[in-house]
Design a protein around this ligand. Structure first.
Ligand SMILES: Cc1cc2nc3c(=O)[nH]c(=O)nc-3n(C[C@H](O)[C@H](O)[C@H](O)COP(=O)(O)OP(=O)(O)OC[C@H]3O[C@@H](n4cnc5c(N)ncnc54)[C@H](O)[C@@H]3O)c2cc1C
Length: 387
């Protein structure tokens, strides 16, 4: 692998987006042979996870995925928009996002913002280096869309919280070293005002992890059971009973920055689908491209605002809605024009397409369901009545 002198990449943190883009595209071309294995991932989740961690470590040691992160947490500095450029060019060149499982863009910013500085300085470099992954413990069996009603309880025990309860749909928890967990610290009636965010180690005694198989065959989800789990108070993110602010920030990253990665991936995927399913009518391919481009424009606004440190409010709800609309349209069009390939194809490309089709069904559920995004837009942007 061509080694990029750290000083060169460090200097890029102060350069323009276009200079960074050109340098990274050049590096990808120079190292194409060594990066080639990352284009074809195994179908086995453990293997995928290991491969993506290797890619992450490569990109970290070359400096690329340190750009746009503050130096205090292991980055090289520069604006957040540089992270978006790196993930975009990686996808455009046909590589998977190395940090998709580690939810680097979803949980990383929240830990950087809400963790005590020494904790963020200790933990974030491990995530960026690909040494560990984190999971998001928000949803519960009775609290998904209605997150403010969550029940997993954290009781104040002096220096620690004693945690009891259950989480569900926690992606990749079986591989995770840490968890950003939302816990009830007030009364249930206190709703979103009685929630505290914690950052806990997944090997703490009392945590049981049970994987759940999803319809594409992956063991992506887990149920988590907490039985008298002690979490040091020093692992509190943000204010006690102020966990809602952490949750909303995480969701704005999930609906915003993650949508940017997804649009870059969908642009690339559309090209591969037109090769694989030449029956796809031009009109459908054109419509898919238009939707993906609309997502790109919406998401660009969000990424720019996040990069400038401006509040994004509820605007990422538009991005999330457009993301699921574009993704479902793309894979519905593929299924409609090449049903035999998508449903029955046995080669690797057909299997990937089938898996992506099935996963596209989830795009209007995770990160907040489409109906919830519509409610947010109706009530908080358009000012329509709640009922
Ligand atoms: C691929 C994937 C990955 C996920 N990863 C994680 C993770 O890592 N961590 C985590 O904590 N969670 C995760 N989730 C869970 C996800 O956040 C929830 O599934 C989602 O918030 C919906 O909650 P629910 O499943 O409880 O559905 P419910 O809230 O029960 O909703 C069921 C249906 O009712 C609709 N509905 C609910 N309330 C309203 C309303 N007020 N108005 C109109 N319609 C409504 C919903 O839109 C939905 O269609 C993941 C989900 C998926 C699909």
């Amino acid at each position: 692998m061509t080694s990029v002198v750290d000083d060169d990449v460090t200097a890029l943190a102060g350069k323009s987006v276009e200079e960074v883009r050109a340098a990274f595209v050049g590096w990808l071309a120079d190292n194409a042979a060594e990066l080639a294995p990352f284009r074809h991932l195994s179908t086995e989740v453990g293997q995928i996870f290991a491969t993506l961690s290797t890619l992450q470590r490569m990109l970290f040691s070359a400096g690329w995925i340190r750009l746009g992160w503050p130096e205090e947490v292991g980055g090289l500095g520069g604006p957040l928009i540089l992270r978006a450029v790196i993930s975009e060019e990686l996808a455009a060149a046909g590589y998977p996002p190395p940090f998709s499982f580690g939810t680097q863009e979803v949980l990383g910013p929240a830990v950087a913002r809400f963790a005590p500085p020494e904790l963020a300085a200790e933990m974030l470099p491990r995530l960026l280096r690909g040494e560990e992954s984190w999971c998001q413990g928000f949803s519960e069996p009775g609290a998904g869309s209605d997150l403010g009603s969550l029940r997993l309880r954290a009781v104040d025990e002096g220096d620690a919280w004693r945690v009891n309860g259950e989480k569900i749909w926690t992606s990749w928890a079986q591989f995770a070293n840490r968890c950003v967990l939302l816990a009830r610290t007030g009364t249930v009636e206190s709703a979103h005002k009685g929630i505290t965010a914690l950052f806990l180690d997944m090997d703490t005694p009392g945590i049981e992890i049970r994987p759940l198989t999803s319809m594409n065959g992956d063991d992506e989800f887990c149920s988590l059971f907490f039985d008298d789990v002690l979490v040091p108070k020093s692992r509190t993110l943000g204010e006690v009973n102020g966990g809602w602010a952490v949750a909303m920030f995480v969701l704005s990253c999930e609906r915003g920055a993650a949508a940017w990665q997804r649009q870059a991936w969908m642009r690339w995927r559309l090209g591969t689908i037109t090769d694989l399913a030449p029956e796809l009518p031009d009109a459908a391919a054109g419509e898919a491209f238009t939707l993906i481009h609309a997502l790109r424009l919406l998401s660009r606004r969000t990424v720019r605002s996040l990069s400038a440190g401006e509040p994004v409010g509820v605007l990422p709800s538009f991005d999330k809605l457009m993301m699921s609309t574009a993704e479902k349209f793309l894979f519905d069009a593929a299924l409609g024009s090449a049903p035999d390939t998508v449903l029955l194809g046995e080669d690797e490309a057909a299997r990937d397409l089938r898996s992506d089709y099935l996963y596209s069904r989830a795009s209007s559920i995770y990160g907040g369901a489409a109906e919830i995004q519509r409610n947010i837009i109706a009530e908080r942007v358009l000012g329509l009545p709640r009922e």
